[in-house]
Design a protein. Structure first.
Length: 116
């Protein structure tokens, strides 16, 4: 009876939410908008309710438009009570050319055309 079972570490249930990143302008902080669908209490119509959560992103991996999972944690600041869990779906990256490059190509074409 000398071998006592080690008690399992208390992990507890951590609240998780899935939403879209709407801002990454702060250092190590992202703003995640979570949308949920609920029935209106009187009219019973389905309505979308949105709420923004501030989440901690240590490695700054999330980008605007990403769908992410955030996990509840201890308070990190006045507004941050969530941390980035995983990036579920990355936002589509659109190739955008610099506007100055487009303008310079247009001006070259205009210079070659001569009017009579």
């Amino acid at each position: 009876m000398a071998t006592a079972a080690k008690p399992a570490e208390k992990t507890g249930h951590k609240n998780e939410k899935v939403g879209e990143v709407v801002s990454t302008k702060m250092a190590k902080t992202i703003v995640v908008e979570v949308t949920r669908r609920v029935a209106h209490p009187v009219y019973k119509r389905i309505v979308n309710k949105r709420k923004k959560f501030y989440a901690h992103d240590e490695q700054q991996t999330a980008k605007v438009g990403d769908v992410v999972r955030i996990v509840e944690c201890r308070p990190l600041s006045r507004l941050k009570r969530w941390e980035l869990g995983t990036v579920i779906r990355a936002a589509a990256q659109v190739g955008v050319e610099h506007p100055a490059l487009e303008r310079s190509a247009d001006t070259r074409e205009k210079k070659t055309v001569k009017k009579k």
